[in-house]
Design a protein around this ligand. Structure first.
Ligand code: ASP
Length: 334
């Protein structure tokens, strides 16, 4: 065990989620209230956390992550960047609901300007249930954020002992404790018996190499997602969203990103008026392929980004440019 003063200084930023939820019953894990437990109280119940690091806690929000907002994203990124500039801070752990964790993680992966570790974690079970997973996840997140090997690897998510890169992670189970995976690439690493093992590295620019800077922003451009299905009403929905101020649309297309032919004229008309359209897929694995013709019309492929991740990238891209070709290039790079 290192000397007490050698321990890293880790800041925990709490945003809510099931990890601070309390269920009405020891055995029921669904109908519960989020935010009834204070993160400091959870930390007090796990004395082992203090063996890993000097911990300081800040409360950013206390929400179900389904209610995540642009304001909270901006606060998180701006606060994290200020904290990480402090030479006395060695890393950050963010506690977060699991529902939109992949989106917040990817947003931070692209906006954080430091190579110090930033780790998101949460829980699938409220804190007082029989198989509550929050304490172990929080312990693992602290362990990962305190590990020297975690430096320079971008933002990570840890859940159920599995380490994921924010670039690839997705919530892939609605209720199982093992709720996250990284389609196409697999886990980034694994934690067992207090040891961290890394298998892969994120291969796209992030954090210190990323072009995005939200330091001075107080709002983000509106980007929405439309889901494709047989006989969908995509064109009507797209026009309605643009009327309400949407600047970018991600289509969760069928298969490799297909869009019903009846909607393409409307989308092209909207693109001529400045809307940016990204084709993603409702399928969790593989890549999107944009035909030569569609790409000439201005549709941008999301590559291997799922719709919610493509939305994050399009939001950030629109903070830099409204030019279709420039945004297409951003999608190639990130
Ligand atoms: N609905 C919760 C949330 O995302 C689920 C969780 O934390 O697991 O905040």
């Amino acid at each position: 065990m290192p000397n007490k003063n050698d321990k890293p200084h880790i800041i925990i930023l709490s945003t809510g989620g099931t990890i601070v939820g309390i269920a009405p019953s020891y055995t029921k894990a669904t109908d519960y209230c989020i935010g009834n437990l204070n993160i400091d109280t959870l930390i007090e119940t796990i004395p082992q956390l203090h063996e890993l690091a000097h911990i300081q806690c800040e409360h950013i929000a206390n929400i179900d992550s389904a209610d995540m907002s642009d304001e909270i994203w901006l606060t998180l990124a701006q606060r994290a960047n200020i904290l990480l500039e402090n030479p006395k801070v060695d890393g950050i752990v963010i506690t977060h609901g699991t529902d939109t964790m992949e989106e917040s993680a990817f947003f931070l992966h692209l906006c954080i300007k430091s190579d110090k570790p930033v780790v998101l974690t949460g829980a699938m079970r409220p804190s007082n249930t029989l198989n509550a997973d929050g304490a172990k996840n929080l312990y693992n997140a602290l362990l990962l954020a305190s590990n020297i090997q975690s430096k320079g690897k971008g933002v990570m998510v840890v859940n159920n002992d599995r380490i994921h890169s924010a670039r690839y992670v997705s919530k892939t189970h609605t209720c199982n404790i093992d709720a996250f995976s990284s389609p196409n690439v697999g886990d980034m690493g694994y934690i067992v018996d207090d040891k961290v093992f890394f298998y892969t590295l994120p291969n796209k620019p992030h954090t210190t190499q990323s072009m995005f800077d939200v330091g001075c922003l107080d709002s983000l451009p509106q980007v929405d997602i439309l889901y494709s299905y047989a006989n969908d009403g995509l064109a009507v929905a797209a026009q309605a969203l643009v009327n309400q101020g949407t600047k970018g649309l991600v289509i969760a297309g069928s298969g490799a990103g297909s869009i019903h032919k009846n909607h393409k004229n409307t989308l092209q008309k909207l693109m001529q008026e400045g809307l940016i359209v990204v084709q993603s897929s409702r399928i969790n694995n593989g890549r999107v392929f944009v035909s030569e013709r569609d790409s000439q019309c201005g549709f941008i492929g999301s590559g291997d980004l799922n719709p919610q991740k493509a939305r994050v990238l399009l939001i950030l891209a629109l903070t830099q440019s409204h030019n279709q070709a420039e945004i297409a290039k951003i999608f190639d790079i990130y």
